[in-house]
Write a protein that binds this ligand. Structure first.
Ligand code: SF4
Ligand code: SF4
Ligand code: SF4
Length: 195
């Protein structure tokens, strides 16, 4: 039987640091900690990480509030104070390290400054740039791209479009577009984000 090696907090930290958005970064760290090294021997760490995941997720999903941010800070402070081992304290420090960046407040106001949280962004085709090559449509597993591939020497084709209701914001289309005709745009208001 193959042994599943438990991730160390140092490994989780390294992985988390590859995520640009500070809120998503903290969420990733705490989720991985909860699923792995967290042993459940002391209350502030066990309950705190569980509650932190719920609240961090709300912030990344555009439904977070000022109270959620305050609660995340309180949880991290308590964990730092009362965790019995270094793993719990490291987790608290990691959360606190990114809380002063302004990113949490931006999320509450309806914006992910790194354009990473799906709730705050949309993928759009820039019509003037689109050459109707069809690569984005081919790669989209969610059938969210509308358009007809242009044939040589024929005219009358319209630029491709992304159907927002179907788009899961996976980002695959943007990777394959050869002319950078797909952009990520912010959804403008907190009301639109929460709609
Ligand atoms: S602080 Fe350490 S001992 Fe306490 S629950 Fe967390 S991982 Fe376990
Ligand atoms: S982001 Fe993903 S789901 Fe949306 S259009 Fe592009 S490939 Fe399709
Ligand atoms: S990959 Fe780019 S250029 Fe090609 S159809 Fe899609 S948006 Fe247009």
């Amino acid at each position: 039987m193959t042994e599943v090696k438990e991730k160390k907090t140092a490994d989780i930290k390294k992985e988390a640091e590859e995520i640009k958005c500070p809120v998503q970064r903290a969420l990733y760290y705490v989720e991985e900690f909860l699923a792995g090294p967290m042993c459940g021997k002391c209350f502030p760490c066990e309950m705190g990480t569980f509650e932190a995941v719920v609240r961090l997720r709300k912030v990344t999903e555009g439904t977070g509030t000022v109270d959620d941010v305050a609660a995340i800070k309180r949880i991290a402070d308590e964990m730092l104070e009362s965790s019995r081992c270094k793993k719990g304290k490291d987790t608290a420090e990691f959360i606190l390290e990114w809380m002063g960046s302004g990113s949490y407040d931006a999320h509450i106001a309806g914006k992910c400054p790194e354009n990473e949280c799906k709730a705050f962004i949309e993928y759009r085709v820039i019509p003037e740039k689109c050459t109707m090559c069809g690569l984005c449509k081919d790669v989209c597993k969610d059938n969210a791209v509308l358009g007809e591939k242009a044939l040589p020497y024929m005219s009358g084709y319209l630029p491709f479009e992304i159907r927002q209701k179907r788009c899961t914001k996976c980002g695959e289309c943007i990777k394959v577009c050869p002319v950078d005709a797909i952009e990520i745009i912010e959804i403008k208001t907190a009301e639109e984000v929460k709609a």
